[in-house]
Design a protein around this ligand. Structure first.
Ligand code: ADP
Length: 191
């Protein structure tokens, strides 16, 4: 399985991505997590990414693309992978197409989690209290939502046109959302 998880900040992508990847025995590759790990380890990649992340902006495509390319070249990603938070721009879509084509495989599904705007804000404010992520302040959250709407939402149409889109209601408890995702992916595998 080669899958993408999409959704606005706060939609619960990370939580669901891990559960689904575990079930399919493939790695969940979160660009946000990789950037944050690099920031906390003080690597060069982390230094390049941090200013953008803290402002709620996307890290430049060339930095992100190279990082993903290297990650999916690793052994554990050969049977498949689940990308959480990539692609987020049309340029990244093209780049990923090339990466997957090179492996001789195809993308199987793009899962989009939909959640009410009000619920998104509530979840992010709560996460700000529990996790202390430096980009969960109110101004930065608002900017991340704008950037998502401008740059990432258009990708939904692209994948819908390709017949890959799996839209899932992301409202409600984690287990319920998870059951909906598995149900929807089961239909994909059977079709
Ligand atoms: P969110 O919870 O907002 O979806 P993530 O944890 O996935 O955030 O990512 C945090 C930050 O990492 C983003 O705001 C952005 O700066 C950077 N980032 C993650 N993925 C990408 C990407 N595909 N392209 C550019 N920047 C990215």
């Amino acid at each position: 399985m080669r899958m993408i998880f999409m959704g606005p900040p706060g939609a619960g992508k990370g939580t669901q991505a891990k559960l689904v990847a575990d079930k399919y025995g493939i790695p969940a590759i979160s660009t946000g997590d990789i950037f944050r790990a690099n920031v906390s380890q003080g690597t060069e990649l982390g230094r390049k990414a941090q200013q953008f992340m803290d402002a709620g902006e996307y890290v430049p495509d060339e930095v992100t693309n190279l990082m993903v390319r290297n990650r999916i070249d690793e052994d554990d990603a050969q049977p498949g992978f689940l990308l959480d938070g990539y692609p987020r721009t049309l340029a990244q879509v093209e780049e990923l197409d090339g990466m997957i084509r090179n492996t001789g495989h195809e993308l199987d599904a793009v899962v989009v989690l939909t959640v009410d705007a009000e619920e998104l804000v509530q979840r992010l404010l709560q996460r700000a209290e529990t996790d202390g992520r430096s980009d969960d302040t109110e101004d930065v959250v608002r900017r991340r939502q704008e950037v998502y709407t401008e740059q990432t939402e258009p990708l939904i149409g692209v994948y819908r046109d390709r017949g890959l889109l799996v839209e899932v209601d992301g409202m409600g408890p984690v287990e319920e959302v998870n059951a909906r995702i598995f149900g929807a992916l089961q239909d994909v595998r059977e079709s």
